[in-house]
Design a protein around this ligand. Structure first.
Ligand SMILES: [Zn+2]
Length: 302
């Protein structure tokens, strides 16, 4: 049976095509990939019900990683008895999200709850810690999801391969809205450009036919897409390195980077409302923080 994949638009910040969750009907079961943040849970619930399902019917939720925009509402599914599939490095943070929440609150301040909603703990018995290469049978077992640990964007990142042809890529394959240029989201603290390149090569070697990006949608030419994406990733890294070598202060680097990215996006036809959605999915200041941290670690004398 061919899987039916529905892209659920969570309409984050009242903007379309920014954060997705994926409803997958296959082998007699309905599963969810990504939960979105808890702030968009009512939208997710409505979207699932519009497809003819009740929330309780979803007993497996596959997370690409534990950032709020991907995993923030997973606890609500655990309360319905669902199993949450997560990377070994993500488990303790979902079991006790206080640290995760507070470190994000340092960034987002009072806007935290409005942006991301609540985060409650997920009992350990509702989590399945997934190893690299592990396969989870779906429904009648005629198909499965395979976990591939893919660090670079986050140390706790997994891409999920459905059968042989489909891959849910989370953030490691970048942000590409309305099939435009792909850019790398580089938040602190885990950015690792070398690991990221290895992850891109791993994905290419899987030879899947379709990628599904959480930000945003389906990519039908994975090889070409990933080659272009890797170039942009390298370009971003190379841009940042000399600033860290020269110890340029972050408050100087941020506007320069913002302007440089905006120009590059504009050159690729991304302006106005579309540029706003790129910025919301992948704020430039956040990538500055992540890339600077990466280079500081690399350039530190040993
Ligand atoms: Zn992320």
């Amino acid at each position: 049976m061919k899987p039916k994949i529905t892209i659920l638009d969570l309409n984050f910040g009242n903007l379309s095509d920014t954060i997705a969750a994926f409803l997958v009907e296959v082998a007699g079961e309905v599963i969810l990939v990504e939960s979105g943040p808890h702030s968009t849970y009512p939208i997710l619930k409505q979207a699932i019900e519009n497809q003819g399902f009740k929330m309780e019917m979803i007993q497996k939720v596959f997370l690409t990683h534990i950032h709020f925009d991907h995993a923030g509402a997973a606890w609500a599914f655990a309360q319905h008895g669902a199993t949450i599939y997560v990377h070994p490095a993500g488990e303790k943070h979902l079991a006790n999200p206080t640290k995760l929440y507070n470190s994000a609150k340092m960034i987002y301040g009072d806007a935290m709850e409005m942006l991301w909603g609540k985060m409650e703990s997920i009992p350990l018995e509702n989590m399945h810690v997934t190893q690299h290469g592990e396969t989870i049978p779906i429904g009648d077992g005629t198909t499965s999801m395979t976990a591939w640990h893919t660090p670079g964007h986050a140390a706790h990142h997994i891409v999920w391969q459905l059968g042989s042809e489909i891959l849910f890529a989370g953030d490691v394959a970048g942000v590409s809205i309305e099939k435009q240029m792909a850019v790398p989201p580089c938040p602190p603290p885990d950015i690792d450009l070398a690991a990221w390149r290895t992850s891109i090569h791993l994905i290419r070697a899987l030879r899947v036919k379709k990628l599904y990006l959480t930000h945003y949608g389906m990519v039908s030419n994975p090889q070409t897409y990933l080659m272009a994406f890797e170039k942009t990733l390298n370009k971003w890294g190379n841009w940042m390195k000399p600033h860290v070598e020269r110890s340029t202060p972050v408050e100087v680097v941020t506007p320069l980077f913002q302007e440089w990215v905006a120009m590059d996006l504009a050159r690729h036809g991304i302006t106005g409302d579309l540029a706003k959605r790129y910025e919301l999915s992948n704020p430039a200041w956040m990538s500055v923080a992540g890339l600077m941290r990466y280079w500081k670690k690399q350039l530190k004398p040993v």
